[in-house]
Design a protein around this ligand. Sequence first.
Ligand code: SF4
Length: 842
Amino acid sequence: MKKGGVFMQVEVSRRRFLQGTIAMSVVGSSAISATNLFASSEKSHSGVPESITTKTGTGEAKEVATLCEMCVNKCAAIARVENGVVTKLNPNPMFPKSKNMLCPRGNAGIQALYDPDRLKFPMIRVGEKGEGKFKRVSWEEAYEAILNGTDKFPGMAKILEEEEDNRSTFLFCAGEGMAEHTYKQFYSAFGSSNWLNHASICLQTVSSAYGVTIGGYPQADLDNAEYIVMGGANRAEAIVTPDTMDVFKRTKGRGAKLVCIDPRFTNTAAKSDKWLAIKPGTDLALVLSLTYVVINEDIYNKAYVEENFNGFDEYKKSVLDNKYTPEWAEKITGIKAKDIYEVAREFMAHAPRSVYYPGRRSTFAKSDFQLRRAMAIFQGLGGGIDTKGGLIFGKKLKLGKHAGLEPLYAQAEARAVEKVKKRIKGEAPYTDCSIVSGGGSWLTWRNRFLEGRMGYKVRGMFVYKHNPMMNMPNTKKTAEMLKKMELVITIDTMPSDTVMYADVVLPEATYLERTDPVKTFGGIEPSIAQRNKVIDPMFETRPVMEIMKGLTEKISKPLWEITKKYDEDVQDELAEAVKPAKVPENSESNATTAPVEPVKTVAEAEAELYEEFDLTIPFRHTQEEVNEHMVKSVYGEEAVKSLHEHGVFYPDMDKYYKATSVNEHQYYPENKKYYSVNGGKPKTRSKKVECNIANLAKKGVDPMPVWRDEYNFKVEEGKFRLLTGRHAQFTQSGTSNNAVLRDLIMENYVWINRRVAEKKGIKFGDRVEISSKVGSTQLKAYPTEKVAPDTLFFVHGFGEESEALTWAYKNGGNDNAVIEDVAEPVYGAASMHETNVEIRKV
Ligand code: SF4
């Protein structure tokens, strides 16, 4: 890479990185030679001596307790640091959530730190938007560009001035991560109404459906369950966390039965006792028919239902009247009626120690919200809620509060959501979906923006640890959106496809270089954990807390001037504050002709009011100071010490925690575990399972789960239904450039039924193009019997277009280049399996 000037444009020699690969493949994943990784110009910026190596030594080393950030699970790790270099990540046995496990991705976290492609310096755009041409600047120059723009793009001050202090003219979006909380504090203080997180392209429908039906998104007590139905969660293949180990090591090891429901013959299917190959998107019909069987045969837990259900009679009537029989479901789902009878009966025979696994995946079909409601109700029919061996809520340990800032700006428009003009009772209140969640609907927001249906101008956006170019269906539209945004600021560790569309790039320190907000992890064995900084940030990267400190110090006062100019509430308050004090009528002072002094000078009044708008307030303390306050105020000094030393704390940890074998530990004694926190009841306000929710009907949503004709997906003649999914060694596109993980999965292949492939003359490894109405992508073919003739599948996270990603660039196919922008109707979540595609050999 060039020094200064055009920095990101890849004029780098790919050969240099290939040399790096050879070094890595020789020394293996636990011992990477960093010498090669830092060869070339960046070594002079890194301050890392040429002689460093991440080969683990036997000499003295510092050990730091941290938390993994390579996926959502946040397992605890111990980083080994030798001469300032992180040489090894080991599992931390003290964290109940991760039970002494660090998966391959977790081990590869070391490469996230030493990836030669990572963002190293602040940069500003010098080429055309999306071209990836940037120049290296100082932090001060980057902040200056954000505030006042350059000849290529306007700054915040100009945009906000022209929009008369409508703070909602800036969109804030974020991916999952522990520092999201800190970033969100900036959003709250800034005062925009437009916030989008990853929920609507992830777990939105699952968490909301369980929330309204049983009062929360539960965990499954797999350690004690006897019968598990796993539908839509591919635990053996898509995410291997300690819970996955529970399923396959502990649960199956002691003879529990596992039923896998999946259109594909996955690793989970291979390890299950029964695999039911279901037609994609028809799971709701299956669950309704399971419900039919247990109601019709009277095998549900009547006492539990009587005491803990609302609206059961109506639901029962609906299920029976609609004749959701297994024979009916067989025609829709492709699963044999006899199997449905068997699963329903076995599930109830084991209840309450049976689990219909809630799933941990994005929305696949339009019926997803109702599917999850039906699953939660079905679980309740066996009484397995808030109880050992069933679905549990667990306990969450409290943390202290810390100061935030949420000023109200009179000029800030409400969130950009389009309401239907004349709402008819029982119909959706919004044009794109029925309910707008806190995280919003990314897909419909983007489309409304492109179609000019926002209600006001949105002109800029902040993007934190988020890659909408890769993770949102219809990549072309996302590119169009980013091009249309006048000011795009990205905060990230890697030069992703989205970063290529930035105007200002702020390089974040990786998780091993920062302390993140302390976090409480609820469950059967609750604890608090802290990610401690392992080494100082490399290059010129900064943690979000410091990024925000510098940014707010730069922009707060100038933007306040704009607020003063346009915000009538602020003007009124200032006028009121400097009014002369009222003098009582009979006061002696009436006699004097001297003017009455105002209570405050203008400067004093302004300074006082500014305190309510001072964007720097949430960032005045270091993350370490904030964490210490939040912990010490509740648990005292010992807890702070434990979090520093061990990364983990929970009350009585010193008494409870002990090793029970080489790799097994006790965290809580059995009688102290929180299997039940609500007396075996749901956590809804009514403490009942809500079958029939009138409020949903008011928003135009079916109040009870029912099957609708529009849920049937038609695979068009000569086409295929495209399925996508995850791979356990990759976390979406976030790890796509991780060279160590690429040793485990080099690229993605499209699964095509072997007989269909034969007819089309497609052989293993042939390059094929997958295309839909919205775009196309190319990758290699994998003919197999493990997928139905009308279905294609490939894993997500490949096929990035950013040339600055040496390993990920054009490696494999990008599913979202092909997936159409279909939104699920309740929350507007992206429905990922609703696209017809074609395949051709290239
Ligand atoms: S499951 Fe693996 S990647 Fe995820 S947090 Fe744990 S160690 Fe890290």
